[in-house]
Design a binder for this molecule. Structure first.
Ligand code: FE
Ligand code: FE
Ligand code: FE
Length: 166
């Protein structure tokens, strides 16, 4: 597909975000499993459920605008998740590792928020009202997740600053 119109740019980005969500569906269970804090584990599990719904909303956005849902590898998400995976292998103080996992997860959420922000604007300009509504819903969940992680980081950072086991 030639990138000769904003419409094609929209689908290019939609394919990218579909790949990003699918990559996350694979990564979040691993992150949940490695989280030391039960609250952090729960947050990852809840976001996994949300992410599964987000994938469906993106597929619906394709359907609503008359296009077949196709993913195109999001290399940026691949890189962010490679970094997160490296981290999971590290031998670290539990609370320090949790603090680092939150940092990695927030990079992912911010990347998603940037992508959905653009997609919402373009859906609006193209008159794809239903797709815009679906993409806005996804964006709101990413923002809520980011805020939840910031809140969790307060106690986890405090614990990492002076670990109980040290
Ligand atoms: Fe997402
Ligand atoms: Fe991407
Ligand atoms: Fe997310």
């Amino acid at each position: 597909m030639a990138l000769d119109s904003l419409e094609n740019a929209f689908y290019d980005e939609l394919r990218d975000v579909l790949s990003a969500e699918r990559q996350l569906i694979k990564a979040l269970p691993k992150m949940a499993k490695k989280a030391n804090s039960p609250e952090l584990r729960k947050a990852f599990e809840v976001h996994l459920k949300e992410t599964e719904k987000q994938e469906q909303r993106v597929e619906q956005a394709f359907a609503d605008t008359g296009k077949a849902a196709r993913a195109k590898t999001c290399e940026a998400m691949k890189g962010l998740l490679d970094e997160a995976e490296e981290l999971l292998k590290e031998d670290a103080e539990p609370s320090v590792k949790d603090a680092l996992m939150i940092a990695a997860a927030q990079k992912v959420e911010h990347y998603e928020i940037a992508t959905y922000g653009t997609l919402c604007t373009w859906a609006d300009l193209l008159g794809y009202d239903n797709a815009k509504r679906l993409l806005k819903e996804n964006n709101a969940e990413e923002e809520a997740t980011d805020q939840k992680l910031s809140k969790l980081a307060q106690s986890i950072n405090a614990e990492a600053l002076s670990p109980a086991s040290a």
